[in-house]
Ligand binder design. Structure first.
Ligand code: C2E
Ligand code: CA
Ligand code: CA
Ligand code: CA
Length: 279
């Protein structure tokens, strides 16, 4: 019945609360958004904390809704996950990010990696590596310029499948990062077996890192854990100079956050790419 269109909203409205109706309206809209190219990617730069040089960019999806304006992924990603639309949405994101990165590479404007967020559902598709290989082949982006982010909780949930999938992607030359690290329940035995390159410390620990002893202890442990495993460590959500200073002094490798740069459209990014750096 969900597929039968607009006239059915009333029918649902009678038995459902407002948020459920909203959900259905959004689901239809989202389906259309993917088809009609209303999605767009923003990019948030990542910097080396010691040299301040640009090392990567995370692609973050946005929805330019005709009536609602710019809709945050925090609102529609969970909806997309629940309805299965996430698979289609994620493919669009991956393809678009690879196309853009290839364009930047070709023009010599940016030679780093583009990081793309993976949904748990997408990551569990058996043919996922083939889908990625196809997108890389179509866009001409070398695998070494792609990084895939998977959240700690989804990586740990199906750990043995995750290891297999990660091994295949790793062998293709793709970098792997564990996102939102510290918010899930990591088994160190599994973490050791993941062929990953990076841990991203979740923003919730970075907010008060310079002033809260517990957050500081957690952040410090994650930095040490990463380094003991020969992984790079990135702090996300850095908004203030004192956070950056704290992280630099503890040897954190990279940062991402409003203090350095907000997520921006590709056009805005290009205005910052000058003299081989990010200004
Ligand atoms: P995330 O992967 O943890 O992405 C980081 C989020 O933190 C982004 O929110 C970014 O704009 C925000 N952020 C970055 N620096 C700062 C800062 O200094 N302060 C604050 N307050 N926030 C900061 P955004 O773009 O709204 O994305 C939210 C979440 O939506 C992402 O969290 C990710 O889980 C999901 N998401 C975004 N794009 C995609 C996508 O293409 N695919 C999938 N599967 N999920 C996505
Ligand atoms: Ca992410
Ligand atoms: Ca994150
Ligand atoms: Ca996060």
């Amino acid at each position: 019945a969900k597929e039968s269109g607009k006239n059915n909203y009333q029918f649902y409205a009678e038995g459902m609360n407002a948020s459920a109706v909203n959900f259905l309206l959004l689901e239809n809209d989202l389906r259309r958004a993917i088809e009609q190219d209303q999605l767009t990617l923003f990019y948030q730069p990542q910097f080396d904390l010691q040299t301040d040089s640009l090392v990567g960019m995370e692609a973050l999806v946005r929805w330019q809704h005709p009536e609602r304006g710019l809709v945050s992924p925090a609102h529609f990603i969970p909806l997309a996950e629940e309805t299965g639309l996430i698979v289609q949405l994620s493919e669009w994101v991956l393809r678009r990010a690879c196309e853009q990165q290839k364009t930047w590479l070709k023009s010599g404007r940016y030679a780093g990696k583009v990081a793309v967020n993976l949904s748990p559902r997408q990551f569990r598709q058996a043919n996922f590596p083939e889908r990625v290989a196809e997108i890389l082949a179509d866009t001409g982006l070398p695998a070494t310029h792609l990084e895939l982010e998977i959240t700690e909780s989804s990586a740990m949930e199906h750990a043995s499948e995750t290891i297999n999938m990660m091994n295949v992607l790793n062998q293709m030359g793709i970098s792997l990062a564990i996102d939102d690290f510290g918010t899930g329940y990591s088994s160190l035995a599994y973490l050791k077996r993941f062929p990953i390159h990076k841990l991203k410390i979740d923003r919730s620990f970075i907010c008060d890192v310079a002033t809260n002893q517990n957050d500081a202890a957690i952040a410090k442990s994650i930095i040490n854990l990463a380094h003991n495993m020969s992984l790079n460590v990135v702090a996300e959500g850095v908004e203030y100079d004192n956070q950056a200073k704290w992280l630099r002094e503890r040897g954190c490798d990279q940062v991402q956050g409003f203090f350095y740069a907000k997520p921006m459209s590709a056009e805005q990014i290009e205005q910052h790419l000058v003299h081989g750096g990010f200004e």
